[in-house]
Every structure is written in C-alpha cells, then in structure tokens.
Write a protein that binds this ligand. Structure first.
Ligand code: ADP
Ligand code: MG
Length: 155
C-alpha cells in the first residue's frame, strides 16, 4: 500500500499511527536514500510506542534502545559493510527478544532477515517536501495485519 506525506511531521504521524499496531517481536525495515525520512519515520514510530525523549542517529552508535509501551530497538546499519557485522552485533537476538526492532537501511541486510517483517520504502515525491511511503508485508505475522493496517490508512 502507498501513503503520501507532505511534511516531516506528516511522516511522523503515519509512523505513530502504525505504532498502534505493533506487537512484541516485530521487525520494521526502512529503505530509502539518505534524507528520505527514515529517521523521521523512526521518531514517529517511537512516539506511537510512547517513547519519551529524542530519537536520533548519532554518528558512532548503531543500536539504540528506548523504553515505551513496547521496548524499541533502533538499528542504523548504514555503516556496516558486511552482513557478518550484523551477526557480530547479535542481530538475530535483537529481533527475537520481544521488543519492536526498526532498522534504517534495511535493504543492506536482506540476507540476514527473518521471514516476518514489514518493509517501509520511502521515496521522494514531486514536490520538495513530498514523500511516497510504500508498505510491503512479509510472513504470516504481517500478512495477518495487512487488512486492518491498510484500512486504518484509508487505502
Ligand atoms: P534519513 O534518515 O532517511 O536519512 P531523515 O529522516 O534524517 O532521513 O531526514 C529527512 C529529511 O527530509 C529531513 O531534513 C526532513 O525535514 C526532510 N523532509 C521533507 N519532507 C519530508 C517528509 N514528507 N517526510 C520526511 N522527511 C521530510
Ligand atoms: Mg537516518
């Protein structure tokens, strides 16, 4: 399904609304170029999970953890050069843990992925502040929620 936004706040609001549907153990992958809005989306998702305080992408931190209605792990794999680095990081355990995991630059880790995940692809639109968000559902865990999530976004 496709959702268009016209500001960073609108992207955060979409992500916050998605946050209502999240369950422990969920994995959300964000795909898109630098400046697409992956961190903005993560900020909204964190808000939707009731996380207090700022969500950022510091230069040298790959994994950050936050407490909310569900605990949130934010992974930015931009700087990881090899899939092996993810195993060194304990990526499988991060996802299994009963937390929500959101990964920026998720397409770089395709080989390391569990079958159940949501992909949010963010592309630029025609106008400067326009973004096109495309959600793809993979695995029974996400396909089961597809209709309710699609309806919530009025598609
Ligand atoms: P990424 O994490 O993908 O590199 P960021 O979220 O850090 O991207 O930055 C997105 C940039 O695009 C910000 O400067 C933000 O203000 C801008 N922007 C403009 N319009 C939008 C929009 N509709 N959604 C998200 N970000 C937007
Ligand atoms: Mg980012």
């Amino acid at each position: 399904m496709t959702i268009r936004t016209d500001s960073p706040e609108a992207t955060r609001a979409v992500a916050a609304a998605l946050g209502e549907f999240l369950l422990p153990g969920d994995l959300v992958l964000l795909v898109g170029d630098l400046g697409a809005g992956k961190t903005a989306f993560t900020q909204g998702l964190a808000r939707g999970l009731g996380v207090d305080g700022p969500v950022t992408s510091p230069t040298f931190t790959i994994v950050q953890e936050y407490d909310g209605r569900l605990p949130l792990t934010h992974v930015d794999v931009y700087r990881l050069e090899r899939v092996q680095d993810l195993h060194d990081l304990g990526f499988d355990e991060l996802v299994d843990d009963g937390r929500v995991t959101i990964v920026e630059w998720g397409d770089l880790i395709a080989q390391a992925l569990p079958a159940d995940h949501l992909v949010v692809r963010i592309d630029p639109g025609v106008a400067d502040n326009e973004r096109v968000l495309d959600l793809s559902f993979y695995g029974a865990r996400w396909l089961g929620r597809r209709v309710s999530i699609t309806e919530a976004f009025g598609d």
